[in-house]
Design a protein around this ligand. Structure first.
Ligand SMILES: Nc1ncnc2c1ncn2[C@@H]1O[C@H](COP(=O)(O)OP(=O)(O)OP(=O)(O)O)[C@@H](O)[C@H]1O
Ligand SMILES: [Mg+2]
Length: 250
């Protein structure tokens, strides 16, 4: 079993404290939710955990050991993968190439990367999209391709930045099932950032709530549901916590 952690991570941008002493951990096979209002610091934390942003204070830990300062590519090679809030596929390339490029970047031969890419698309259930140009895909398929790309090379951890944004309830339910399989079948530790709080409450064993860069609450779904602090943080966007919860198999 592996554990990815943030240990008292702070990030300051000129004049703005985006994160203040944030500590959390994700273990193999578990799904941890990271929620909070816009600007709370969720993406900044993902950036820190994946080497896109150096922390001002604190450290990223792997199995409790602080990682040295690493760039995104080195972090990825250590088995920590992510998706981006905006997707960031190579829009002019076929879907299969989008995955292959990542495999090759991880040191695989072209043939091995293509083979894994095909197996991955099949595992996700989007094999028929292999030859489609990524930029022409509907939004929800694009998201699944981005997840497939993140899973190339079988990372130990995958950090998903708002994968369900803009999805309908049935689409979100399908995505939930996929995320469960990533944790359950692949044994990945998943950090799920999501504005769809209903989805997070249903999927995650542990949820961390950020507001203005600080952890204001954490615990199992019951604790988050009952928390006045969480309700208060979402005031003004309160409706989000009452979103209909999608039906999820298994
Ligand atoms: N590179 C940067 N330079 C300066 N400020 C930044 C930078 N990146 C993020 N910020 C600021 O840090 C804060 C946290 O931003 P972040 O993107 O992490 O929030 P978030 O929780 O992901 O929000 P959202 O739900 O809208 O995606 C915001 O105030 C944002 O404007
Ligand atoms: Mg964000």
């Amino acid at each position: 079993m592996k554990t990815l952690g943030a240990d008292r991570v702070s990030v300051a941008f000129a004049g703005l404290r985006a994160l203040s002493g944030v500590t959390l951990s994700v273990a193999s096979g578990r799904i941890v939710g990271l929620i909070g209002p816009n600007g709370a610091g969720k993406t900044t934390l993902v950036n820190v955990l994946t080497g896109f942003q150096a922390p001002t204070e604190g450290a990223v830990t792997l199995d409790g050991v602080p990682l040295p300062k690493l760039g995104p590519h080195e972090v990825r090679r250590r088995g920590i993968a992510r998706t981006f809030q905006g997707g960031r596929l190579f829009r002019d390339l076929p879907v299969i190439d989008n995955l292959e490029v990542t495999g090759v970047g991880l040191g695989q031969s072209r043939a091995a990367a293509i083979a894994e890419a095909r197996a991955m698309l099949d595992w996700i259930g989007i094999a028929p999209l292999a030859e489609r140009i990524a930029g022409t895909l509907p939004y929800t398929d694009e998201r699944r391709v981005a997840i497939g790309r993140a899973l190339m090379g079988r990372p130990d951890f995958v950090l998903l930045d708002e994968p369900a944004a803009g999805m309908s309830a049935p689409e979100a339910a399908e995505l939930s099932a996929l995320i469960r399989r990533i944790a359950g079948e692949m044994g990945c530790g998943v950090l799920l950032i999501e504005h769809n709080v209903g989805l997070v409450l249903q999927l995650c064993d542990h949820i961390v709530v950020l507001d203005s860069g600080s952890v204001i609450e954490q615990g199992p779904p019951g604790v988050i549901r009952a928390s006045d602090k969480v309700r208060h943080a979402y005031m003004g966007t309160a409706a989000e916590t009452d979103l209909p919860v999608p039906e999820i198999e298994g």
